[in-house]
Design a protein. Structure first.
Lengths: 346, 459
């Protein structure tokens, strides 16, 4: 296996980690915006408590992906930054506003009377950002960006503004929302957990409709992707995803929240693995393959030395973080239980 | 406005914004750890409250630093795609290793900020150590990318301009790296130390909360320990760096010192207003021979002037020179204050007097609060503007690296508004936090309940 393939695999795994972790944080923002019913504030508090300790670490996966891309696949990085100049800029505005708003709201609660409703900013930025990231991915997969000798010759500025890219964008949003709702059912109890269960089922349904729609759109808008997705090996992954989808919804329906979490995460892994297999060997279809845009071998080898050493530090740290905050009796559940007691006492 | 100028401005704005938060994220955790340690050892509730207050400020500023840093990693590609295609494989190692350091910092900061009730006091304090260490490490590691742009290494160019013989390790440890990393790392601790010292000096001066004077004094002590020591070390690192710059980037040194003619026994200019067209510097105080001595170690040493550098390779002389004067001026003032504070502290300690009664010293510290950050911004301006017209010194011009996309003036406007809005919101928030408005919050120190709703948070 050549070094560039290994680095590409590492990049894909980091994208998966970002989708599973960072994606759920965007989903948290979505449910913050769409908090509803009598337990509106309790829902928001549960989201804040669940995200607070981990969102910054989850966010670093995106930085990692970007950094590995420009280190190891510089030609593709150059082209995608030219073609996606606008959506990437808007993604940045979304990321900056979301993070700042979350921090202002979480740590500035004592600061009474702040004139801006940071909760709204946090929610709105969380909705827009995954759509733009998904649309960017869609644009790079569907042949809307054409590159000659590293120079973008077609699709600059508007590549992401198509039916297929936007469908991928909204699918990404639904996936984020679904993940967040499913994850949080495990960190809440009683009626609050039921609220998120209901939200999760909705997101599952919308996500299902969107994924069928996106797949059908691919047939005309991204014919090569469609062809690859409907034949082995990517086709097998798609089939597995189709089988897992009802399983995760059923688990959520029957309040087997741990199983729902496992299946939901599994679905996202399959979705991205299927996409990657169908996209292979291209980074930007149809002009830039992974091999074409790879950095010199010395750089790739350096990356392959640094990554395992870094992971040796990173993985135990991450494990500790999640063990403390996502193990038994996570803070979101504690807060929610306190709320339930309070409302029972009233 | 040209696209190139807009792109340079947007990059400058984004970096200039990020640098402040990055500095706080590196240095404040160290102060927060020192305070928590005092609590652990002596059970002093003031120290615990101080640690919690600094943790809260770190939390907000680190978040802004994290997202504005993300913006930067994208903007490198968005604004300078051609440069990144060339440089990515060469200086990417700096960013990859920084990425891991940043990961560790974010993870343990999460544990620290949200772990007050979930971890034992000792485990909690220990979680702060990786925050401070990897905070420093991420700053030190990523600086390799910047120094590589000043002294590129680890590759060869063929006559056709192809990159060959790539050696990422040699690129990482490029010639300017060590001293630049030292200089910039000292600067962040110095800036944060002086800024915090100014805040607490102000509180002591106002004396509106006499019950909390002990708390403010403790904070002032920690802040000046950090700011004072680094302020005294900084001139040494600066001198070494200037000597190195004279060797590696003579055009930059000439612009910093506004030295137009190559000369032996060149004078050091303090202040002054360079006139690029006329090739002379007006209104400067000149100290004969000192520039030669500082740059070469010999009062009669030769310093290369701009006249011996092709005109189209000059950096903007006025900006570079003035920024350099500002940085050095701030540095001298801070070093002087560090000595004053150190002597006063030592004498008061021996005599058992209260430092808070030295009102002139406190007033000076208040005035000096922004100096460290001014020096950071000015010093960074010297580094980057002094590198122009190159994006990679001697190899690639800034104009060659810029994006072909049109619309940079628009994104510049967008980001200017975004960062202005954030800065404004942050000022409002920190002011309110410092006044302890709202009176809620989970400050567990004994003081909190004693001063319910009053002036509680100590910033």
């Amino acid at each position: 296996m050549p070094a560039y393939e290994v680095v590409a695999l590492v990049t894909l795994l980091a994208v998966v980690a970002y989708a599973l972790l960072g994606g759920a944080d965007f989903g948290g923002g979505v449910w913050d915006l769409f908090a509803s019913g009598p337990r509106k504030e309790a829902q928001r508090r549960a989201i804040g408590a669940a995200m607070g300790p981990v969102w910054e670490a989850n966010h670093v996966w995106l930085i990692f992906v970007i950094v590995v891309l420009f280190t190891a696949f510089p030609t593709a990085f150059r082209a995608m930054n030219v073609a996606l100049f606008w959506p990437f800029h808007l993604v940045l505005v979304g990321i900056v506003l979301r993070g700042a708003a979350f921090a202002f709201r979480a740590h500035g609660r004592e600061a009474a009377g702040v004139p801006v409703d940071w909760g709204r900013v946090f929610g709105a930025a969380s909705v827009i950002t995954p759509v733009l990231l998904g649309a960017s991915l869609g644009a790079l997969s569907s042949g809307r960006v054409r590159v000659t000798d590293g120079v973008v010759v077609q699709g600059g500025e508007t590549a992401w503004l198509g039916l297929f890219p936007l469908a991928v964008g909204f699918l990404a949003l639904a996936v984020c929302a679904y993940l967040a709702a499913v994850y949080i059912t495990l960190e809440t109890e009683g009626s609050l957990a039921d609220d998120f269960r209901r939200k999760g089922l909705w997101a599952w349904f919308v996500g299902g409709v969107l994924s069928i729609g996106t797949l059908l759109l691919a047939r005309s808008e991204a014919p090569r992707l469609w062809a690859a997705l409907t034949t082995p090996p990517a086709g097998l992954v798609v089939v597995a995803g189709v089988l897992l989808a009802p399983a995760s919804a059923l688990a959520l329906w029957r309040r087997r929240f741990l199983w729902a979490r496992v299946f939901a995460a599994g679905q996202v892994v399959l979705l991205l693995a299927g996409w990657a297999m169908a996209q292979w060997p291209f980074l930007i279809y149809p002009d830039l393959t992974v091999a074409d845009s790879a950095a010199p071998p010395a750089t790739l080898h350096a990356v392959l030395w640094v990554v395992p050493i870094g992971m040796l530090l990173l993985i135990p740290s991450l494990w500790y973080l999640f063990a403390v905050f996502k193990g038994a009796n996570p803070p979101a559940a504690r807060d929610a239980a306190r709320d339930d007691e309070r409302s029972a006492g009233r | 406005m040209s696209e190139l100028f807009a792109a340079r401005t947007q990059m400058a704005l984004s970096l200039g914004f990020h640098i402040v938060f990055a500095a706080v994220g590196m240095a404040l955790p160290l102060m927060m750890l020192a305070a928590e340690r005092q609590w652990l050892r002596r059970g002093d509730p003031d120290a615990l409250e101080l640690a919690k207050t600094w943790a809260k400020v770190t939390a907000v500023l680190f978040a802004i630093g994290a997202v504005s840093g993300t913006a930067l990693s994208f903007e490198l590609g968005l604004l300078w795609p051609t440069f990144m295609e060339f440089a990515g494989p060469l200086f990417g190692l700096a960013f990859t290793t920084e990425g891991f350091a940043f990961f560790i910092e974010a993870i343990f900061l999460g544990l620290y900020l949200y772990g007050w009730d979930r971890l034992s006091p000792r485990a909690h304090w220990l979680c702060g150590i990786p925050v401070a260490v990897s905070g420093a490490a991420s700053g030190i590691l990523v600086l390799s990318a910047n120094s590589w742009m000043q002294t590129p290494a680890g590759f060869d160019l063929t006559p056709e301009g192809r990159v060959v013989n790539v050696d990422p390790l040699r690129a990482f440890f490029n010639p300017a790296y060590g001293l630049m990393a030292l200089h910039s790392t000292l600067s962040v601790y110095q800036a944060v130390g002086f800024a915090a010292a100014g805040v607490y000096a102000y509180a002591l001066l106002k004396g509106r909360r006499p019950a909390r004077a002990a708390y403010d004094r403790r904070a002032l002590g920690i802040a000046m320990a950090l700011g004072g020591v680094t302020a005294l070390l900084q001139p040494i690192s600066g001198d070494l760096l200037a000597k190195q710059t004279a060797r590696h980037q003579p055009a930059k040194l000439a612009a910093m010192e506004a030295q137009f003619e190559t000369a032996r026994g060149a004078p050091l200019r303090i202040g002054g207003w360079p006139d690029e067209a006329a090739g002379r510097t007006d209104y400067a105080i000149e100290i004969p021979g000192l520039l030669s001595f500082l740059a070469t170690g010999d009062f009669d040493g030769e310093v290369k002037g701009l006249a011996d550098i092709p005109r189209d390779e000059w950096p903007p002389v006025r900006v570079t020179h003035v920024a350099f004067q500002v940085m050095v001026g701030c540095g001298v003032l801070m070093a002087a204050l560090a000595v004053w504070f150190g002597v006063a502290w030592w004498r008061d300690r021996r005599a058992g007097r209260d430092l808070a009664r030295r009102r002139r010293l406190l007033r000076a510290l208040v005035l000096a609060a922004p100096l460290g950050f001014v020096a950071i911004e000015a010093g960074w301006t010297v580094t980057e503007v002094g590198r122009q017209p190159w994006i990679v010194y001697g190899v690639m011009r800034t104009a060659e690296g810029v994006t072909p996309a049109t619309g940079v003036p628009l994104t510049l406007t967008l980001f200017t508004l975004l960062y202005l809005g954030l800065a404004l919101a942050l000022v409002v928030l920190l002011r309110r936090l410092s006044r302890g408005e709202g009176g809620r919050g989970h400050t567990a120190g004994g003081r909190a309940s004693a001063h319910a709703g009053g002036s509680r948070a100590g910033v």
